[in-house]
Design a protein around this ligand. Structure first.
Ligand code: SAM
Length: 162
């Protein structure tokens, strides 16, 4: 598979998982969390999927398209490891959905980052909340959910908080 094919498949998997996760939480209250704003592509897609639901964004450096920058009140600016632990005070209620798109080209560093924040992420989720992520997240309070049709195992990750 070429790098172009792989890139396209990754984005298709990401969109399929975002669409599936949004449907899974249709009856669950609470905000959504976006970890990794990047240029704002997936934040923008989540806004479209979840109209009326507040989306809090965690990002250390805002470089998104101007129309994809969240309101200041919904942005946790700084390193995930510093921003996640106290976030519930501003959120006010646990999240129904978390999307963590945190990877860089350094696979080992991306896995280590997911390991280091998994507990703090799950602390912010209500029972039944969905976590979808580009990296595997492991926590005893998470159980793996089936991926949407057409998404190859390991390309994206979907789990539910108990
Ligand atoms: N979802 C985005 C999109 O669709 O445009 C792409 C996100 S990009 C793959 C990952 C983002 O995570 C980068 O913007 C990076 O700055 C942010 N990031 C990575 N590690 C971080 C950390 N430890 N704390 C805060 N932000 C971090």
């Amino acid at each position: 598979m070429s790098r172009l094919d792989s890139f396209i498949q990754r984005l298709q998997a990401q969109r399929a998982c975002l669409d599936a996760a949004a449907a899974m939480i249709a009856d669950l209250p609470g905000p959504a969390l976006e970890l990794g704003l990047g240029n704002g592509r997936t934040y923008d897609h989540l806004r479209t999927l979840l109209p009326g639901r507040r989306i809090f964004v965690f990002e250390r450096e805002v470089r998104a398209q101007p129309d994809c920058v969240p309101p200041a009140a919904d942005l946790f600016l700084g390193d995930f490891t510093e921003q996640l632990p106290g976030a519930m005070a501003r959120m006010g209620e646990p999240a129904a959905l978390v999307h963590a798109d945190i990877g860089t080209g350094d696979k080992a560093a991306s896995l280590a980052l997911a390991r280091s924040i998994a507990g703090a992420v799950v602390d912010l989720m209500r029972p039944g909340a969905v976590l979808l992520s580009d990296q595997p997240f492991e926590d005893p309070r998470l159980h793996t959910a089936p991926l949407p049709d057409g998404v190859a195992a390991g390309r994206y990750h979907l789990s539910i908080a108990t």
